[in-house]
Design a protein around this ligand. Structure first.
Ligand SMILES: Nc1ncnc2c1ncn2[C@@H]1O[C@H](COP(=O)(O)OP(=O)(O)OP(=O)(O)O)[C@@H](O)[C@H]1O
Length: 614
């Protein structure tokens, strides 16, 4: 109970943050919605009594006029506020999406790589969009609760009279006029309502369980959808005849999904039938109860309309309140997911020390006995790494697949922190530096870099506004002079066709050059290139290497590559093997150690060049 209230408070606070007007407008809308039926109930009873008693035409016209007028006003107000509420709730929903995205962007990288974060996110978005659970649903349950409470309160005021024992009626109908008769009726009303509530609660819980089972199918569905729609995968699908594989996988997913859907539909039918039966039974009882009271003479004919209408409204209102409570409780399960997501803590210590701004780019990096394993794994990916990179030096990192090269860079950029040892910048642990200032020291091209469907210039500058001539200069330096000349809108040409028909498709090599240009545009003192030329043709690769010193200037550079021939220009080469640095030195010295890993790697690659040459 305490936890439920806590989650509810969180939900209401969230709604307020996302769109502060949603709650006030919902309350006003619920009020108008709920009083509308009572105007007709009350006024109808007055008109009937008037017809049966005085038949005063002027008064009848007055009563009908008031009824129509009130109906019109309340209807207009209720419709207007209803639309406003719908609009605000949609804005709130959109703001929630943005809040979730902002959270993902700002959370520690280790959470971004953690599949559990993505499952949680999928549960939240699908809970909202497909199952009506979460913040949006809270607005609706809140609406139902307020509407129910106002309905309940108003109906109680109107029906109180009927439960009064009338001393003017005769002995023969004494039982109908007695307190016991009234109590029996109220007891039946309460029992049926509680039973209905239990049915609803069971159905909601079953639905939430089904929803949890559905999540994995939904994730698969979107995965296949993406794969099938993505023209890049289209190539391998055709080439490897993967259609049957994808079809089979989709079919299995659909079967699992349909099975859960069938269970939900059959549960809903059972619940609907039971609920319909009980509601009809109750309606019948209300008419019998009020009819008997009228026959006994304890109420007027006009009051039959008032009391049957009000008791039905009482039942509807109490049903709404109870259903809203059950709904709110069930909805808490969805809100809890959202709360867990927002509560994902930034565990990383962000530091406060400002990074010294140096015109001479004199930044020295040292790894001291660094060991690291990925969260929730047992094996060290890096073990006892120690190395120092002097200012302005170019360090090449080579090694076989999975030897830990990219992980080394991830630690350097504080995407993860070491489990043991420390990384120092100018002799100070990098954790102590202000996180954002520290990151500003790096220009990085990752292997799996990403370009966006924005303009070429915005991609290079990583910003909406940019200096056009600077972007052009850098693109030319990165080897895109000819390609740039073919673009009618120059650097303002959109990349890809996702949002713009005039967008251009670029090759893998061109994309890599743009990613390189982006790193150069940033002009940070330390540059990191993770396989920066893997997609380039030999001539483009040669051009980049021959200009590398000019491109990198006085910056300190980390250079990761599988192609050992392309690392020869580096001052120092570190050879990684199974998470350790097994050799260090320049190309010539490393090659002299014929038992070393570098010699082995070099020869295995040189062998192919030689064979090709033969
Ligand atoms: N997020 C992660 N969670 C768990 N293990 C990971 C994660 N990322 C990488 N690894 C594992 O860490 C090891 C080192 O990976 P890393 O990407 O650093 O190697 P690499 O030398 O850069 O390889 P490659 O040359 O193929 O790019 C691999 O065994 C990899 O499976």
């Amino acid at each position: 109970m305490k936890k439920d209230i806590q989650i509810l408070k969180f939900g209401l606070k969230e709604i307020h943050i996302l769109q502060p007007w949603v709650i006030p407008v919902t309350i006003i809308n619920s009020f108008f919605k709920s009083i509308m039926p009572f105007i007709n109930i009350y006024m109808s009873s007055k008109i009937i009594d008037e017809l049966l008693r005085t038949k005063d035409v002027d008064r009848l016209i007055f009563l009908v006029g008031i009824t129509i007028g009130l109906n019109l006003i309340i209807h207009l107000l209720s419709t207007g506020f209803g639309h406003l509420k719908g609009l605000l709730a949609r804005i709130m929903w959109q703001n929630q999406d943005m809040r979730i995205n902002e959270k993902i962007i700002s959370m520690d990288y280790q959470h971004v790589e953690n599949p559990e974060t993505h499952i949680l996110r999928t549960k939240i978005t699908e809970g909202e969009s497909m199952n009506g659970g979460g913040v949006y649903a809270l607005v609706n349950y809140f609406d139902e609760l307020i509407t129910g409470l106002v309905t309940l309160f108003t109906s109680i005021i109107l029906i109180m009279e009927i439960f009064k024992v009338n001393s003017n009626v005769g002995e023969s109908i004494g039982f109908i006029n007695s307190t016991i008769f009234n109590m029996i009726f109220i007891a039946i009303l309460v029992i049926c309502t509680i039973y209905n509530l239990k049915l609803k609660e069971n159905s909601q819980n079953k639905f939430f369980n089904s929803f949890n089972r559905m999540i994995s199918y939904n994730r698969m569905f979107f995965f296949y959808y993406d794969q099938i729609s993505d023209y890049n995968s289209g190539k391998s699908v055709r080439l490897y005849h993967q259609q049957p594989l994808l079809n089979k996988k989709s079919e299995n997913m659909c079967n699992g999904f349909h099975q859960i859907l069938n269970e939900i539909i059959s549960d809903n039918i059972k619940y609907g039938a039971a609920n319909g039966f009980i509601s009809s039974l109750l309606s019948g009882l209300v008419y019998i109860f009020v009819g008997l009271k009228a026959m006994s003479g304890s109420i007027t004919i006009g009051n039959i309309v008032k009391y049957t209408g009000s008791i039905n409204q009482f039942m509807a209102g109490s049903g709404m309140v109870l259903m809203a409570i059950v709904g709110l409780k069930a909805n808490n399960q969805y809100l809890q997911l959202y709360m867990d997501f927002l509560n994902i803590e930034g565990e990383k210590y962000k530091g406060t020390l400002p990074v010294e701004k140096r015109d001479d780019d004199e930044y020295e990096i040292e790894f001291r006995n660094v060991s690291f394993k990925y969260p929730k794994t047992n094996n060290y990916v890096l073990k006892n790494i120690s190395m120092k990179l002097n200012i302005g030096e170019r360090l090449a990192i080579v090694g076989m697949n999975g030897s830990g090269k990219t992980t080394f860079i991830k630690l350097l950029c504080r995407l993860y922190d070491p489990d043991e040892g420390e990384i120092l910048l100018n002799g100070i642990d990098i954790k102590k530096y202000d996180y954002d200032e520290y990151l500003n020291l790096f220009s990085i091209v990752f292997q799996d870099f990403k370009l966006f469907s924005f303009s070429l210039g915005q991609n290079v500058a990583a910003s909406v506004d940019y200096n056009i001539s600077k972007v052009e200069d850098i693109l030319i330096k990165a080897g895109l002079k000819e390609r740039l000349a073919t673009l009618s809108k120059g650097v303002e040409t959109p990349l890809y066709k996702d949002f713009d028909e005039d967008g251009v498709e670029i090759s893998g090599g061109e994309a890599q050059k743009i990613a390189l240009a982006r790193a150069l545009y940033r002009n940070a003192p330390i540059i990191i290139l993770d396989e920066p030329t893997s997609a380039l043709d030999p001539i483009a690769e040669f051009e980049i290497y021959s200009k590398f010193n000019e491109l990198v200037g006085t910056k300190t550079a980390f250079y990761i590559s599988h192609r050992l021939s392309s690392c020869r220009f580096c001052d120092e080469i570190a050879v990684f093997h199974e998470g350790r640095i097994v050799q260090k030195g320049n190309h010539e010295s490393l090659l002299k150690d014929i038992d070393g890993k570098y010699y082995e790697l070099w020869n295995s690659q040189a062998q192919y060049y030689n064979e090709e040459a033969m």
